[in-house]
Design a protein around this ligand. Sequence first.
Ligand code: ADP
Length: 660
Amino acid sequence: MRLPRRKRKPAPRPPDPAPNEQMAASKYAPYLDELAATSIWHMSTRLPRLIGLAWTWAWRADRTDTAATIGLNLAAGVFTAVGLFAVTGVLEPLFTGGPTPERVRAALPSLALVAGAYAARALLQAGAGWAQARLRPQVERLTELHLFDLTSRIGLEAFDDSEFNDTMYRARDRGQYEAAQVITSAVDVLTSMVSITAAAGVLAVLHPVLLPLLALTVIPDGWAAARAARMRYERIRDLTPGRRRKWALGDMLASRDSAAELRAFTMRGFLIDEYTRISDIERAAMLAVARRQTVIRLLGEGAGGVATAVTYAALGALLVAGAMPLAVAGTAVFAIRTAQSSLSTLLFSLSATYESGLYFSDFLEFSRRAAQRLPDAPTARETARLAAVRARGVVFAYPGEQTPALDGVDIDITRGEVVALVGENGSGKSTLARLIAGLYTPQSGSITWNGTDIAGMDPDALRGRIGLINQEYTQWPLSAQRNITMSAEADGTRLEEAARLSGADEVVTGLAYGWDTMLDKRFVDGADLSGGQWQRIASARGLYRDADLLIADEPTSALDARAEKRLFESLHAHAQGRTVLLITHRLASVRMADRIYVLEKGRVVEHGDHENLMACGGLYAELFRMQAQAYEEGAPLTHDTGSDTAVSSPLAEKTPGLTH
Ligand code: ADP
């Protein structure tokens, strides 16, 4: 069985993947390629859609703050235009003839208007900034909750699909936070555009030739900004494999899972050296980019300066030729300065919006794919207590696998029975248990609950009737009690009973804070348990649920002999009035089962009770005799028989250290 993985033993990531592998596995390749291919045309076609989508998230998060952000920014832009026009009103009287006091007096109303307009703009911008700052955490909250709502509801198959996992990783890693960033940068785009439009409008009114001159002053800056941004994208793309490697090394250097082996194998020096080597390459590359960006910017600024000089020369020429009054020229200078500073904001925020937008599209893509993987609405209302579960012609292959894990399986489980599944490793026992638990859906054939196909039942209602003792249980970072009850409420009697039956009571007695002890060392006063102690907790979890059907998948693999015996007795006792589906390689424990199904390569090859199966002399009889022989002769334990059912010995129960 492969899912879900236990947290304490994650598959270690190889410290030194081959360069090709690093490149192929680059999680960032999709958008980095796109960033590198960024052209003005490409940006202008994608940006409006991305911005629109980000705004819909903002709208859903908080309508008032969204409306305030847009409305107040637009209004601030209007006051920029008003202020600019008012500047002409100030300059005109100042540059006309007459005594100075009178000229100043004549300019005063317009001066008041300029001051008023800029004060109003400052107030509006402050309000817009406030609304925008309020919006950000609300959007982030919404996208985070949306993501986890989907990840916790989608079908389990999704987690077996590597492509889907990549999408999910990208969405979680950064995508979910970028909606807020797109909004922030889009607001900057909006405000700078409003400001540029205001300045351009003023210039067009002042003199038609000023508009193309404005364009001339801003083009070099625009070019330099685009070049510098693209340079950075390309460098980041080149550095991605190294960065991923660095993250992997960082995980190993700062994770509890690897902390023990890191020390035991004195890996520290090697890992730190490797980390430093990659960091040095990265640092050198980024410093080189910074240098080249400075050169590009200087070139842009230089060319922009020349263009500005040309503009001012043109203004001077217009003045000399008498085509433009001095006051108008003064306003034009003011408007050009305003437009230039807004333009640099615009260019910066445009590329920031686009970059965030690409990460944000990862989030959108994940949402789209996850929505396709949500279970269909239930078609059946069946929630009655279990009378019988039947599997008929069940065929199931894991996503991306050619060979089916189950190939035409029929089994029956009737209320009150203990039914056992036995067979070699990989024969399909756990997969069948998961299908019966409604965690996967067969590709063909059916599994019915009291005659109703479980595919049409409400998954939560079905799961509420099933208890699962999973071989690869989860070690929840919760208290001992909640690790068993799996909810805030606890039924004291049931908890005591489940703990007694599984042996978890002995574990809890030894904990500093009893039931309230946090079972995770990473938290204050957290405790750590051994594998066997954890398995007792996991068994108690399955037994606590007052389920019609208890599925126990290798529930004793880490238990000592005494605990194992106690648990099997508990399971048989538990079956009185209930039903148990038991998967185990301890054949002595399935002897008492009402029915035993022997699986081989995804098919049921034998079934019946112990006596029948022994009498027919097939695979079960062979495996059972192998174990019995080991018991009788006290033969050395052979763990590598290729079979789940041929590795146990009575010695294991008597001799400490020989249990599995
Ligand atoms: P058993 O419980 O009998 O040891 P499983 O049901 O775990 O066997 O596995 C049956 C087959 O399905 C095996 O070939 C195994 O490699 C494959 N398998 C199990 N889990 C997965 C998975 N998540 N993705 C792909 N293949 C899987």
